[in-house]
Ligand binder design. Structure first.
Ligand SMILES: *Cc1c(COP(=O)(O)O)cnc(C)c1O
Length: 455
């Protein structure tokens, strides 16, 4: 087993056996009772796609309140990339919590915040001088990227892509493409946001190159916005909520070149793609794109709320003192979790683990693409993999099938998530620390479910 995924794992999670176990129906009676109770106190607008209530979790296993053990191929949306309840992280959290939990970095600072910024400077793309600021959520990091870009360029227009997802606050709703459920009824939205076509190889004209897709987008910018008005172009190097859309090669480099030529900033929203997920530390790395500003969050701190904005020193330092911040941003416990988590990722070469997950998963997904006409495309990079489901023989999205697949996987003890502008994409975001055998078991369940429901 020299090349098994698990053999570089520095610290095997101990308290829950890494195996799928179904004691009864999923969701079981306790989950169903909690779901009823929830209706009386939790706002309906906060949905849960899989109403299974979790008691504890460890490694790649979620154990629910009915004792079922589920294989987690979602990592809480690419957050627990190193797995659940990793002892080194739990210890770091406990130790920091015993020392102090909060001072407010804007009042009396502490070293952990600096150390996270040092890690961000080292790991994010490019060897230039960098500065970072820490926040609580991905949306907040993206908002601050726009603040810095506007301040540093003295311009206002923000260019975003079709199928983009950047968050749920007012400004990031404006940046996000999808109306339902993210924007419907919540307007008016922030002004000076302009949307242009992305590169979506499956749905673009046959053979369209990345350069051509970029020219299509940037032509619209020149025509409708004015290139000289653009503060920044905000892109996800691989679109996340929009459907795990990997742009055609050349698309991101062309956007990057255009930004340089026109004095605009390239903001890479790496909130979902970052921290080893795509098989490199950041997804911008695959095409050697060096963004001016990079946002991070989800995978940074193994589940503690933390986000970062990292960028060229001269841009970040342009902003006046007091212009950036927030009460909780860069919380010391979250920083301790991030440092332990990054340490674990470095020590275990997690980018390589993500690439190995892609290798192990590929035959299962490619097999489905071959045998199931409903699988229009398998795509993704590293441990960020997806399949897009359609009505056979067409490109008509089949969201109902994607929902049914996710539900059926859950009843068989495997958590998979959906996504996509059309809701018709099954996405896989396994913990990068997952045992190979467990991953294969999850993939076999997924494959059998897709074969059963898609025929
Ligand atoms: C999840 C996500 C966000 C928003 O992050 P929150 O922490 O939910 O605010 C922003 N951008 C991308 C690419 C994301 O995937």
């Amino acid at each position: 087993m020299a090349d098994s995924i698990s053999n570089t794992q520095p610290e095997a999670p101990g308290s829950i056996a890494q195996e799928r176990r179904l004691l009864g129906e999923v969701p079981g009676p306790r989950s169903r009772a909690l779901q009823e109770r929830r209706m009386t106190v939790v706002a309906r607008g906060v949905g849960s796609s899989l109403p299974v209530y979790i008691q504890d979790a460890c490694g790649a296993i979620l154990r629910d309140v009915d004792g079922n053990q589920l294989i987690d191929l979602g990592s809480g949306i690419a957050v627990t990339g190193i797995g659940h309840a990793v002892p080194a992280v739990s210890r770091a959290i406990a130790e920091q919590a015993e020392r102090f939990v909060h001072t407010c970095f804007m009042i009396t600072p502490y070293e952990g915040y600096l150390e996270v910024c040092e890690q961000l400077a080292q790991l994010t793309p490019g060897r230039h001088e960098k500065r970072s600021a820490l926040f609580n959520s991905g949306a907040e990091a993206v908002e601050n990227a726009v603040k810095v870009a506007r301040y540093a360029t003295g311009r206002q227009a923000v260019v975003v892509l079709e199928h983009a997802y950047h968050g749920r606050t007012n400004l990031t709703m404006a940046l996000t493409a999808k109306h339902q459920p993210y924007k419907a009824g919540f307007g008016p939205f922030a002004p000076e946001v302009y949307r242009v076509p992305a590169s979506y190889p499956l749905r673009d004209p046959d053979g369209m190159t990345g350069e051509e897709a970029a020219a299509r987008a940037l032509g619209k910018v020149a025509l409708q916005v004015g290139s000289e008005s653009v503060a920044c172009v905000v892109v996800e190097p691989i679109q996340g909520e929009g459907g795990f859309v990997v742009p055609a090669p050349g698309f991101l480099p062309a956007l990057s070149r255009w930004c340089q030529e026109h004095g605009a900033l390239l903001v890479a929203d790496e909130v979902q793609t970052g921290f080893a997920r795509s098989g490199d530390w950041f997804a911008s790395d695959h095409e050697q794109v060096v963004p001016d500003l990079v946002t991070t969050a989800k995978g940074i701190a193994a589940g503690m709320p933390l986000a970062g904005l990292t960028g060229r020193a001269e841009l970040m330092d342009a902003v006046h003192v007091g212009g950036l911040g927030g009460t909780f941003g860069g919380n010391p416990v979250a920083c301790a979790a991030a440092l332990a988590s990054i340490d674990t990722m470095r020590a275990g070469d997690y980018p390589a683990r993500a690439r190995k997950i892609e290798l192990v998963s590929e035959p299962y997904l490619a097999g489905l693409a071959k045998t199931c006409p409903a699988v229009a495309e398998v795509r993704g990079r590293g441990a960020m993999l997806a399949m897009e489901l359609v009505r056979p023989g067409t490109l008509e999205p089949d969201a109902a099938l994607a929902q049914a697949v996710a539900r059926a996987c859950l009843t068989e003890g495997v958590v998979v998530l959906t996504c996509g502008s059309f809701g018709n994409v099954i996405r896989l975001l396994p913990p990068l620390s997952i045992d190979e055998a467990l991953l294969v078991e999850g993939l076999e369940v997924l494959a059998s479910v897709v074969e059963r429901l898609a025929s």
